[in-house]
Ligand binder design. Structure first.
Ligand code: SAH
Ligand code: SF4
Ligand code: F3S
Length: 465
């Protein structure tokens, strides 16, 4: 264990004493609630927060009227920020009734100065703020928070540290995300992630493998390798290794059943990766390949480093090599200067590649990014019109694609009981589609063959075989 991790374990011991004393005064254990906004990366970070909170003696609950609430925030689009501000008001109401209550904020939004200023001036009731780079200091920050009477703010500009071996509390016992790299160097012109997550750095393959082995020993059957651009994994390590080679090594881990990864930048997707995916027994038949836009002019302004033709060629090559793969994507509508003709180019790609699904976003102006300073911002009515037109094509294509698998029997990993009908369980297919079928709770975490009886557009109704 490195020095920093050892130090944090000392803080965990210290925090334990503080929390135990408070629980004694209260007459029951202290409760905490961790809320995640944003992507899988943040969800994994939240598991690290939960791990520390549990280790120091908190009991985690779902409700936000807990003794400690922490929001792990996202700032990729403005609506994520607005949700945080809205809900902070509600938290203040709880805090007025519970003098023990502490409110903490962390994550991507906190890396922005404008946000910090706003919280300092208008949300004085917040107790602790930290960012994305010092999350490994959470135990230490907790101690500082309980020892101080004023708002603690600790934000780092960047870090090259990767601190391993701290406690993690997983949300699911059978599947887990795993960071393989942090940060991003791509600077797509609309995107704030490189500014709030710092420069790209990869974890060592040995650390990743040993983490996965530990998870598998603990009952995990499916893993999701996480990075903003997994295809550039390992290039800058002391002993460079490709992402495809990392996958080969992970494939050999006995007991591991399924491997997923996110996200693949099209510019770096290698033939070696396609080959590994094609021959793998464990890598899921799903590739998330963000397109963002189909017009060359817009792609260039976005700094995506590929053309429409290159993207289509790549996607069709993948479809040829791995016919039963599902390809999903991200699309932005309303980037500065985007015309209806540009949107038609994007629609053309959707129809050609036949995405199995797409996350579609309206462009959101992020302060500090090059696109925010561009003059030709698109009026909202135009964005809405283009967005609706494009979304209809995405949905139509997705429905048609889903029909491909109807009447097949495929393996599903059972993830939980159906929310609306408790006689059904919900499973995830290798291609990331969802199937509901009759089954009991003890199937959760198991992979079972399911006949896909009926396609309902974005999910299936099935029967266990
Ligand atoms: N690293 C990933 C994406 C992370 S952000 C990749 O490059 O694919 C997830 C998605 O949010 C992006 O793919 C993009 O479609 C969307 N997004 C990012 N910035 C945005 C912005 N300013 N406005 C609207 N959508 C945005
Ligand atoms: Fe953002 Fe582009 Fe990096 Fe993805 S690759 S996180 S879209 S800058
Ligand atoms: Fe949001 Fe940060 Fe992820 S901005 S999308 S939580 S990397």
């Amino acid at each position: 264990m490195n020095e920093e991790a050892t130090l944090q374990y000392q803080y965990i011991e210290k925090a334990k004493l503080i929390i135990a004393q408070k629980a004694k005064d209260k007459g029951s254990p202290l409760t905490c609630c961790v809320q995640t906004f944003g992507c899988q990366m943040n969800a994994r970070d939240s598991e690290k927060l939960s791990g520390i909170l549990k280790a120091v003696g908190f009991v985690e609950i779902e409700e936000e009227n807990a003794d400690l609430v922490i929001y792990n925030t996202c700032t990729v689009r403005d609506n994520a920020n607005q949700r945080v501000y809205g809900r902070l008001g509600v938290l203040n109401g709880y805090k007025k009734k519970n003098p023990l209550m502490k409110i903490c904020l962390c994550g991507c939004m906190m890396q922005e100065n404008t946000v910090l200023d706003k919280i300092r001036s208008s949300y004085r009731f917040v107790d602790l703020i930290f960012g994305t780079h010092n999350i490994f200091k959470f135990a230490e920050l907790l101690v500082r928070m309980y020892e101080a009477d004023e708002m603690i703010i600790d934000i780092w500009k960047d870090t090259d540290q990767i601190v391993e071996d701290l406690p993690i509390e997983r949300k699911f016992h059978f599947k887990s995300g795993i960071n393989i790299m942090f940060g991003c160097n791509n600077f797509c012109s609309y995107c704030i992630v490189p500014y709030v997550r710092g420069r790209e750095r990869s974890r060592k393959p040995e650390e990743i493998i040993s983490e996965i082995e530990g998870l598998v020993a603990d009952g995990v059957v499916e893993i999701m390798l996480l990075g903003q651009n997994v295809n550039s994994y390992g290039k800058k390590l002391e002993n460079p290794i490709t992402f495809a080679e990392l996958l080969r090594r992970i494939e050999r881990i006995e007991g591991l059943e399924r491997i997923r990864f996110m996200t693949s930048h099209p510019k770096d997707l290698s033939d070696e990766l396609i080959e590994v995916m094609k021959n793998s027994k464990k890598i899921c038949k799903h590739l998330h390949l963000p397109l963002q836009a189909g017009s060359d002019r817009i792609l260039k302004a976005m700094n995506r480093c590929y053309t429409k033709e290159q993207f289509v060629e790549l996607a069709l090559k993948i479809r040829r090599e791995i016919p039963d793969i599902a390809i999903t994507t991200d699309i932005i509508v309303g980037f500065p200067g985007e015309t209806h003709a540009d949107v038609l180019e994007t629609i053309d790609v959707i129809k050609t590649v036949k995405f199995d699904n797409a996350f579609t976003f309206q462009y959101s102006k992020r302060t500090g990014t090059p696109a925010a300073a561009m003059e030709n911002q698109v009026p909202q009515e135009e964005v809405t019109r283009n967005f609706d037109e494009l979304l209809a094509v995405v949905q139509q294509t997705a429905r048609e694609q889903a029909l491909r698998f109807e009447h097949q029997t495929l393996d599903a990993l059972v993830e939980g009981i159906n929310e609306h009908d408790s006689s059904l369980v919900t499973g995830r297919l290798s291609n990331n589609m969802i199937v509901h079928f009759k089954g009991c709770p003890d199937l959760i975490g198991k992979i079972v063959p399911v006949y896909l009886k009926e396609c309902k557009g974005f999910y299936y109704l099935g029967e266990m075989k």
